[in-house]
Design a binder for this molecule. Sequence first.
Ligand code: SAM
Length: 347
Amino acid sequence: MKLDEILHKTDLNKEEIVYLLELSDFRNTRKLFERADEVRKFYCGDEVHLRAIVDFSNYCENDCLYCGLRRSNNNIQRYRMSPDEIIETAKTISNVGIRSIVLQSGDDKNFDVDKIAYIIYFIKQNFDIAITLSLGERDFEEYKIWKYAGADRYLIKHETANAKLYSVLHEKQNLKERIEHLEFLKSIGYEVGSGNLIGLPQQTIEDIAEDLLLCKKLDIDMASFSPFVPSPNTPYRNKNVGSVELTLKTIAVGRILLKNTHIPATTAIATIDSLGREKALRVGANVVMPDFTPKNYRDNYCLYPHKRLLVDDPINSASFIQHIMNSLGRRVSNSRGDSLKKQSHLI
Ligand code: SAM
């Protein structure tokens, strides 16, 4: 089958996805990117949704081989923001006009069910903002309580759809359970985000095709495809960095396959390529996640080195981001950026 025919199919099988991810010549890759941008425009429009991230704790009970927050990394200074500091940061985000906040941390049970519920409830009572939680795997009861408290979304990547590789990377966790968590979160009404890492040691193109198919199967609301960035003080510190080109192709194929699913231009791609964020927005991405973690904590949330920030000073962020989007012919949305699937009966 010809490339043009594949690019215009309504669904893609594994073989076709692998074929697209393996495109290597400039002309055909450009065709893939242009088609992805066309699909993005049709299903998502020109708006770019902002989700402000607050990394409120870098304590983690897990020991993932790739992550700088891993439990056995004794070379970072651990911190926890207080509930008041988190709420104050949410206020700053709301004041600059951003209506979506991501509360993210290592897997830190010190933030127990009540503490998180209090933070959610307070923010929802005082600011008109959607809340995404990204706290790792927690008890199903806790997910329910936080939903009642007002949480809207949950972000937890499946990281890799290769069950064997998943078990190598994650000491105590397995892929089957990760998928059960994603399914449960969806079943109780969360908008769910997931996704993978690209360029993990031993990962194949077929694995990445399976990642894309898993995102499709789970019918997730946001899919994040970001490169693996080697982190010092981890067993993977000397491994190769994930490829920008392959990440962009994964985003593009993801857009064609997943259609109206939100796809972020991640901090990780911006970190390994100074124009990575803009490139991702041109090949299918429609979400940007600026970091609003207070400056005094930010450097210690070190998943990998030299995280490239979009904004340094949150107060000036809105106009700065608007400026970048304008240069791409896009505009910053002033909505909460809810799942586009809720409106999909119109498509
Ligand atoms: N504890 C939560 C969890 O596990 O989902 C949220 C925090 S966790 C650090 C957030 C994400 O960081 C993970 O889903 C993982 O994909 C990403 N990450 C960790 N180490 C990374 C690395 N070296 N390169 C790129 N991304 C990384």
